[in-house]
Design a protein around this ligand. Structure first.
Ligand code: ADP
Length: 507
């Protein structure tokens, strides 16, 4: 083993390489802003800056009943959203497990499955058969209500009660709602959250570029997924019009904006990271879609791709290794230093590095710890939260979960230090992203609320306060009174429904 001085020097050097200084934060946020402008000017830029065709701002007074669909990695989620006005809403939802065979089969079959799930959901909503019946035939056990009276809450979400998942149905329904073809005005309007790379040509037209998240359906890449799903609704006589295809950042923005009208930016900090904001049409130089009804539009930045040229992000050898061994090397570099998918893996690599230098665990790893991605980002949260005197929770994760034979208190303290370094760096880099968007949208002095969704923001200890601290360093302490960070749940339910409402209103 190293002597104490050598160990201390190695740990100090490591801490230095993970520290993001104020000067670095300034460089990174300025570079990102430049890249965002490139993306607004031309197609094919690193930071894609995709126009979303969403242009309205909700007031919270909207009323009506809408549907939302969210096709995720494991589940299809179907929601009915009642916008009640007065910033209040009700959501009923059901989840259906997507069978593996459909994720790899013909896309038409997946569309038929989605149509059947939706048909059955509607039939359950309206046993009497009237699609838009407002008479209360609802099963209230799966109905939740949300409302907000606060207009500038910080991390406490006013929408807490809306996420009520009914997990009872994991299988495809066998029957669908029996109906005749509905007149257009009687159809439900639906917002479809489809978080895969699409090229959008209107609010409800999106051509699939490629599959991710374990999907590899045939007969779909380069095709319009909305058109194909709409055809399945017709085949299965499901009386629903897909009013909008929704990116999850935009859903997040809208979900919070319904109760907090000052919301101007939507951010995801979960498995991946991304952000959207309102941009002036005149500054979207690449726009060739003709006249628009309003002078602004929500831009999906796709900031996760920032700096794949590696001009300014402070990559350590550990980041380079994680990138090299990842599915898509040299892509999504910003995301790889920030998001939940990668933080645990970066920490694992740092821990292995310290083991190899005989600074941790007497130089021994375990078979479990040697496995890529075995150190989940949620373990980092648990370790950072562990304030027992002898770090019992940290011991449990290292010894019981990851099978390290024995750990000393010094080992556990060092592992906690590694997690803190990696987590703090992620929060400071996320703040650089926010700084770039705030400047680009001229909201630094005007102020706004930023709606943020994702487990990293919601659960990682001090992530929010570390982001705010970094913003204060960048802009001065007054920024904390101007810019509010707020947890924004349910972008793919409430948010997608609001976008369907806006799209239908403008159609
Ligand atoms: P998604 O972004 O896929 O919709 P989430 O927002 O739940 O879903 O993000 C999932 C990611 O968050 C995973 O990478 C996971 O490791 C990470 N994660 C889950 N729980 C926690 C936690 N308690 N603390 C930090 N990260 C977490």
């Amino acid at each position: 083993p190293k002597n104490a001085d050598e160990s201390a020097a190695i740990i100090e050097e490591l801490s230095q390489t993970f520290h993001v200084s104020l000067a670095q934060m300034k460089t990174i946020s300025e570079q990102l802003k430049k890249e965002m402008q490139k993306g607004l000017n031309q197609e094919g830029a690193t930071v894609a800056m995709i126009p979303t065709f969403v242009s309205g701002r909700p007031t919270g007074e909207e009323k009506g009943r809408y549907l939302a669909l969210d096709l995720g990695g494991t589940f299809l989620r179907v929601c009915e959203v009642d916008l009640c006005g007065n910033k209040e809403f009700k959501i009923r939802q059901k989840k259906y497990k997507v069978p593996l065979s459909l994720k790899e089969g013909d896309f038409c079959d997946l569309c038929d499955f989605i149509a059947e799930c939706l048909g059955s959901f509607i039939a359950d909503l309206n046993p009497g058969g009237s699609i838009l019946s407002t008479s209360s035939t609802h099963d209230h056990s799966t109905t939740t209500a949300g409302s907000s009276s606060s207009s500038s809450s910080s991390s406490s979400s006013s929408n807490d009660s809306t996420t009520n998942v009914n997990n009872n149905s994991n299988a495809a329904p066998s029957s669908h709602h029996e109906s005749t073809v509905q007149p257009e005005q009687d159809k439900y309007q639906l917002g479809f959250t489809f978080s895969f790379p699409v090229f959008q040509t209107s609010i409800n037209r999106g051509v699939l570029k490629q599959w991710t998240k374990g999907y590899s359906c045939t007969n779909s890449v380069h095709k319009d997924v909305v058109e194909m799903l709409q055809e399945a609704f017709l085949r299965k006589q499901v009386p629903v019009n897909i009013a909008a295809i929704v990116n999850d950042t935009v859903g997040t923005l809208m979900a919070l904006a319904y109760s907090v009208p000052e919301t101007a930016i939507g951010v995801i900090l979960g498995t991946g990271t991304n952000a959207c904001y309102y941009e002036q049409m005149k500054d979207i130089k690449k726009w060739d879609g003709g006249e628009t009804a309003t002078d602004e539009m929500v831009i999906n930045t796709e900031w996760g791709a920032f700096d794949c040229e590696r001009l300014c992000l402070p990559l350590t050898i550990h980041d380079r290794k994680v990138d090299r061994e990842s599915l898509r090397p040299r892509q999504q570099m910003f995301e790889k230093m920030i998001s939940g998918m990668y933080l645990g893996e970066i920490s694992r690599n740092v821990i292995l590095h310290l083991i190899d230098r005989h600074i941790l665990f007497d130089g021994y790893s375990s078979n479990d710890l040697n496995k890529a991605y075995c150190f989940d980002t949620s373990y980092m949260s648990s370790i950072e939260l562990d304030d027992t005197p002898d770090l019992q929770e940290t011991r449990h994760i290292l010894e019981d979960v990851l099978s390290i034979p024995s750990t000393s208190l010094t080992d556990r303290q060092l592992v906690k230090h590694v997690c803190k370094m990696v987590g703090l760096r992620a929060a400071r880099l996320s703040a650089c992203g926010l700084a770039a968007v705030l400047k680009q949208s001229n909201l630094v002095s005007a102020g706004c609320t930023i709606g943020i969704d994702g487990s990293l923001f919601e659960h990682y200890p001090d992530f929010e306060s570390n982001m705010m601290q970094a913003l204060k360093e960048l802009f001065g302490p007054y920024i904390a009174y101007k810019v509010k960070l707020s947890l924004a749940r349910d972008g793919s339910g409430l948010g997608a429904a609001i976008i369907a409402m806006l799209a239908h209103k403008n159609a």
